[in-house]
Design a protein around this ligand. Structure first.
Ligand SMILES: [Zn+2]
Length: 287
């Protein structure tokens, strides 16, 4: 605010001052809204703004991080889904699983790209600096996600962390969530994987089928909830098939923009997380 506006209203009556101020405020607001809309225009609805898709700098930056062999670029008018995958300790995901997931998405007009992040996290350091719970990995101001994911990637890619999980029985291969424990989910709060907003974590799996099922399940939580319909044989239902139902694919494509964190709070909690707090789906620890 300029000094002229901060107190000295000159000879204007209060009414004429308010009219003048109101008029200019509206003009300014309209101007900002137009600029804002233009800046955030996202014609394909995948959460990656058109201006970002057109940016050479963005393309160069992702190519520098993930390599040209992995990053194919993004295109205006195409529903892109960038899956930024980060490994903790000795974990891995089989090439066959990566291919399966990418092909499933692409068959449904979602141009998924599996991007293995070049930096492997040392498991001891992560445990020491952040802890090993879902919460300490995925959210909160001092989480692994918050501290280690580069800012330009947080709003354009879905982050997937692959972790070793607990090493001792009976919770071997699962990740503890204090929150799930509190609401009675998982097995004593231990889950195979967890997804919140635009990020997810899975415990590594040796069994390829289980790996693909779990990874697809957590990735598609980006826009989908669980489905307790016994007829739902896909990964959000009974999990007999590594797939989604037709209407779920449609909903997922419509919800790709969830890759952007629009709350400003760091996390978008899916409404179904609350609805399902005590849901039977949670009882088996599949999250
Ligand atoms: Zn789930």
């Amino acid at each position: 605010m300029s000094p002229a506006h901060s107190g000295d209203r000159g000879g204007l009556s209060r009414r004429s001052y308010l009219c003048a101020a109101g008029g200019s405020a509206v003009t300014v607001a309209l101007g900002s809204a137009a600029a804002y809309r233009d800046r955030d225009a996202d014609r394909d609805g995948d959460g990656i703004p058109d201006r970002t898709k057109r940016s050479d700098e963005f393309h160069r930056s992702l190519e520098a991080t993930f390599g040209a062999a992995q990053f194919e670029g993004v295109e205006v008018g195409r529903s892109d889904l960038l899956i930024d995958v980060r490994y903790v300790g000795e974990t891995s995901v089989a090439s066959e699983t990566k291919r399966t997931i990418v092909e499933l998405f692409r068959q449904r007009d979602i141009h998924a790209q599996w991007l293995d992040h070049p930096q492997r996290y040392d498991a001891d350091r992560i445990a020491r600096e952040y802890g090993a719970t879902v919460e300490s990995l995925l959210w909160g101001g001092r989480s692994l996600y918050h501290e280690e994911v580069e800012a330009p990637l947080t709003d354009v890619a879905l982050q997937l962390f692959v972790v070793p999980g607990a090493t001792a029985s009976p919770h071997e291969g699962r990740v503890y969530s204090r929150w799930m424990d509190t609401i009675g989910g998982g097995v004593d709060g231990y889950v195979n994987g967890f997804s919140v907003g635009n990020r997810a974590v899975v415990a590594g799996r040796d069994d390829r089928r289980e790996e693909a099922r779990l990874v697809l399940h957590e990735l598609t939580h980006l826009a989908l909830c669980h489905d307790d319909d016994p007829e739902n044989t896909g990964v959000m239902g009974t999990g007999e098939q590594i797939d989604l139902l037709d209407h779920e694919w449609d909903r997922l494509r419509d919800g790709l923009s969830n890759v952007r964190d629009t709350t400003g709070a760091g996390v978008v909690f899916r409404p179904c997380l609350w609805d399902e707090q005590l849901g039977s789906v949670l009882d088996d620890g599949s999250d």
